[in-house]
Design a protein around this ligand. Structure first.
Ligand code: AMP
Length: 283
């Protein structure tokens, strides 16, 4: 596996792969890799011939006071994992390499970026959309892979690619979980042993909504109340939001109908903020 830190080098390496008629995939990550990330690399391998993985803790998607400085970083381990997974190129820019040319013009994530996560983290999706646009511009992939774990992010990026006519196909991949249901996340490393146990409450809450829907409950409020109740029962957890939304538009639903629906949750466990989501099938 090749490792490159400059945008020009990456353009050149990908250009060579493209001249060999290879199908190019991009998997953007912030590193501290786990099986969730690696599942995206595997999915990319199935659909492309040349897989680029970016490892970059993007400062512009963290607000002041968030965990940018503390965010887990272990580049050597990440590179070992990516090499073992057969990635072709790791793009590991510094902030200077990424933004040194100027960072005045940014991408506005629109209305989808202002709700849910965007309500708590108003600058977050602007940072995400801008860095993803830059990565797409540098790598020029045919396919870009994102996890359903960050469901709103996936939805915002699909919308950005559509609205800005970006020439890439976005592929969403299922959430990879620990045995007890906790969604894998680099931030799980922050949790103490007790908090790690309590953190399963996000999945338990989502499952309670899923079960109600499968049993025929159509009222979204009832599902949301069940999720709130689950979190209230966990003393180490504090709820940020629960929502039952249209899976394509993220619009809040009053009633589950024929359109795909999604349950979303964000909660603090100790001082760690975690998010998760689940598709709701109607029974
Ligand atoms: P991050 O490094 O947290 O920015 O995540 C990089 C990519 O991996 C994003 O597209 C995430 O949605 C995805 N991802 C993170 N955790 C998981 C998981 N548990 N399952 C599937 N994809 C994930």
């Amino acid at each position: 596996m090749e490792r490159l830190g400059s945008k020009d080098e990456v353009r050149q390496a990908v250009g060579e792969a493209r001249r060999e008629s290879k199908r190019i995939a991009l998997v953007p990550t912030m590193g501290a890799l786990h099986d969730g990330h690696l599942s995206l690399v595997r999915a990319a391998h199935e659909r492309a011939d040349y897989v680029v993985v970016s490892v970059f803790v993007n400062p512009t998607q963290f607000a002041p006071g968030e965990d940018f400085a503390a965010y887990p970083r272990d580049l050597e381990r990440d590179l070992d994992l990516l090499g073992a997974e057969g990635a072709d190129l790791a793009f590991t820019p510094t902030s200077e390499a990424m933004y040194g040319g100027g960072a005045d013009v940014t991408v506005d994530p629109g209305a989808l970026g202002a709700v849910l996560e965007g309500a708590t983290r108003p600058t977050h999706f602007g940072g995400v959309c801008t860095v993803v646009t830059k990565l797409l511009s540098v790598v020029g992939p045919d396919l870009a892979f994102f996890g359903e774990k960050d469901y709103q992010q996936l939805t915002v990026i699909r919308r950005m690619v559509r609205d800005l006519d970006l020439p890439v196909k976005v592929v969403g991949c299922p959430t990879v979980r620990e045995c007890d249901g906790l969604a894998m996340s680099s931030r799980n490393a922050y949790l103490s042993r007790d908090e790690r146990e309590a953190a399963t409450v996000l999945y338990r809450a989502l499952r309670s909504a899923e079960t109600l829907a499968l049993d025929g409950e159509r009222d979204a409020r009832v599902l949301e109340e069940a999720m709130c109740g689950a979190v209230e029962g966990e003393s180490l957890a504090a709820l940020d939001y629960v929502a039952v939304v249209d899976a394509a538009t993220l619009a809040p639903l009053e009633t589950l109908g024929s359109a795909p629906a999604r349950a979303l949750i964000a909660a603090r466990v100790g001082s760690t903020r975690l998010i998760d989501n689940l598709a709701l099938a109607v029974g």
